[in-house]
Structure formats: structure tokens, C-alpha cells
Design a protein around this ligand. Structure first.
Ligand code: SF4
Length: 329
């Protein structure tokens, strides 16, 4: 086995069954990073509490997301996969870090302002402290790298600032300033062809759908809006179906559609059917593995428990160092 280049940490909120946007934007990269890095992937249920109206689906959403991660190729024998709240040290570090950041700085952050706008009836303290909890997540596991897309870079920069403030305040170097592992995060549009794919907009295609459900969903996809009739030539450059073909179809298919669409040699219905077929073929091994895993839910919970135990070993050591650096008696 070749030596790993360092430790990567990433967390995601438990959003249940994952869709193509989650897959292309995060999971695919999570899987690839395992080859070169020691990876820690966390389902951040505490973060989720800041916006959830009810926790009724929290457990099932956590389970479904873990199933998707595992079926997509996360390898729990080497990668730590766990639930944030199963390692409560993170809340202690969150509290300690919250003393080194000014309140004004937190309430000035665009993400806080946006959330406050979205849920004016529920501007809770957790929303204000969200970036500190995020910094605590990363620092607790001494992660050297965090995979982020360019639009997430300011969040990581803030976490780095928090770590710097802590180390400066207590004249220590026990916490590591994480580096950005710059990642190309494609903007995956939903079936409406306009907005980012998202469950809340119901414009998503789930990885775990049946082939029939996938076909039905794909057939609703919006294509080139200028192409009104089958006989009109289309423009694949503005069509989300074509964008998806480029990810999931063969080079020959992409080439052919690129030519045929422009001269009305292929209709959108046939084009979408072909995409659905290719997508289903691509997802078949994932779905098979997922079905097998779901026969034994205990196995999934055990993987998460094992991940938490391994994460806790790192966290406990970090907290010994942090308490000593702070001077807690
Ligand atoms: S033929 Fe395909 S690429 Fe062209 S507009 Fe229709 S769906 Fe889009």
C-alpha cells in the first residue's frame, strides 16, 4: 500500500437518499480521494438541527445517506465514516473555539444573513455558531485538507481563521490550519434545466430510484427551450440533457447526439430515452450493492459505530492537547 498524502475531512448534512447533484458534486470525489488520502467523512446531524423544523426523519435520512455513500464506493475498512453527534468532543471544541471569535464577525457572515432571511421565525444561536462548529469538526480530527469547490472557499478560510485565532490566543500549535483541497464542483441542474438540482425543488433524480422511476424522471427533463417541434434543429449547448449525456453516456453517443440534434436527426424523446438507458446502466452496480447492503441495516449502523469509535480516538487525543493548551484545570 502506498503512503497517503495526508488527512482529508468532509461533512455533509443528512439529507436522505442522494441525487445526481450530490453524486457529481461530492460523493464521486469522496470516493476518489480515498486512493490518495486518509479520509474522514462525517454525517453532520448537529448542523442539521439549526434548520430542521422536526427531527422525525433525521435517523432515516442518516441511514439512507450512509447507504448511498457505501454503495457508491466509500470503503469503511480504511475510511472513517461516522455521525457527528456520536463524537460529542466536537461540541466541547465548539464551545472553546466560540470564545476566540467575535460575535459581530459571525453575524456579519453572508451565510448567516442568508439563513436568517430564509427562516426569520427561527434565528437560533446554532445558526450564529454554525461556522465555529464547522471549524471544530475539521480541527478536532486534525485534518490537513478539506475538499471544497470555489464557492465554498470563504467557509474554509473562516475555519482557518478560527484555528489561527485559537493558536494565537493560547500560544500553541495544537490545532492544524486546514488547506483547501480545491475541487471542481460542477453545477448540476435539475430536471427543470434552470435551477440547481435539489430535493426541496423536486427537480432531482435519485441514485437509488428504480430504472422505471429514473426513466419517468428523465422524460420530464426540460431540453433546449427554442426547440418546439421535432423537425426544429436543437442546440445541445444549452440543453441539460446533453450536459448529462456528457457525464453518463459513451463518447460515441455524445458525438452522435451533438451532430444529430443540430440537424433535427434525433428527437428529444429519443435522446432522453437514450440518456435514461445509459444512466440506468451506469447506476446498476451501485443499485445492486445498495440493495444488498439494505438487506442488513445493522451492518450499516455497525459501520457508523465503528467509524465513530475510530474518530473518537483522534478526537479524545486532540481534546487532551486543547485543554492543556487552554489551561483548563
Ligand atoms: S435532442 Fe437531446 S440534446 Fe438536443 S435538445 Fe433534445 S434533448 Fe437536448
Amino acid at each position: 500500500m502506498t503512503a497517503k498524502k495526508g488527512r482529508v475531512f468532509s461533512g455533509a448534512r443528512p439529507t436522505g437518499r442522494q441525487h445526481l447533484g450530490n453524486y457529481l458534486g461530492a460523493i464521486k470525489n469522496y470516493v476518489a480521494l480515498q486512493d490518495e488520502y486518509e479520509c474522514i467523512y462525517c454525517i453532520v446531524d448537529l448542523h442539521a438541527l439549526t434548520t430542521l423544523e422536526t427531527t422525525k426523519s433525521l435517523k432515516s435520512n442518516t441511514y439512507e445517506m450512509a447507504l448511498d455513500w457505501l454503495a457508491a464506493g466509500l470503503r469503511p475498512e480504511e475510511t472513517i465514516i461516522f455521525i457527528q453527534s456520536h463524537v460529542p468532543e466536537v461540541t466541547e471544541l465548539h464551545t472553546i473555539l466560540s470564545m476566540v471569535v467575535g460575535l459581530g464577525k459571525l453575524t456579519d457572515l453572508p451565510t448567516f444573513k442568508e439563513k436568517a432571511r430564509q427562516q426569520p421565525h427561527n434565528i437560533n444561536y446554532g445558526l450564529v455558531g454554525y461556522p465555529i462548529l464547522m471549524a471544530a469538526d475539521i480541527a478536532l480530527y486534525k485534518a490537513g485538507f478539506v475538499p471544497v469547490g470555489i464557492d465554498q472557499a470563504p467557509h474554509l478560510e473562516f475555519a482557518r481563521e478560527v484555528v489561527r485565532s485559537f493558536n494565537h490566543r493560547y500560544a500553541t500549535d495544537v490545532l492544524i490550519e486546514p488547506q483547501m483541497k480545491s475541487t471542481e464542483v460542477p453545477k448540476v441542474l435539475g430536471t427543470d434545466g434552470v435551477q440547481k438540482m435539489s430535493k426541496s425543488l423536486d427537480n432531482h433524480i435519485e441514485l437509488a430510484s428504480t430504472p422505471e422511476e429514473t426513466i419517468a424522471r428523465v422524460m420530464t427533463m426540460v431540453t433546449d427551450p427554442q426547440r418546439k417541434r421535432r423537425s426544429d434543429p436543437g442546440n445541445p449547448d444549452v440543453c441539460n440533457v446533453f450536459t448529462m449525456h456528457k457525464v453518463f453516456s459513451t463518447e460515441e453517443d455524445v458525438k452522435e447526439i451533438n451532430i444529430e440534434c443540430r440537424r433535427a436527426g434525433i428527437g428529444c424523446v429519443d435522446c432522453k430515452k437514450r440518456f435514461a438507458k445509459n444512466l440506468n446502466a451506469h447506476l446498476a452496480p451501485f443499485r445492486e450493492k445498495r440493495a444488498k447492503l439494505s438487506e442488513n441495516p445493522d451492518q450499516v449502523w455497525n459501520i457508523l459505530a465503528d467509524g465513530a469509535a475510530r474518530a473518537k480516538r483522534i478526537a479524545a487525543q486532540t481534546m487532551i492537547e486543547v485543554r492543556k493548551a487552554v489551561g483548563l484545570p
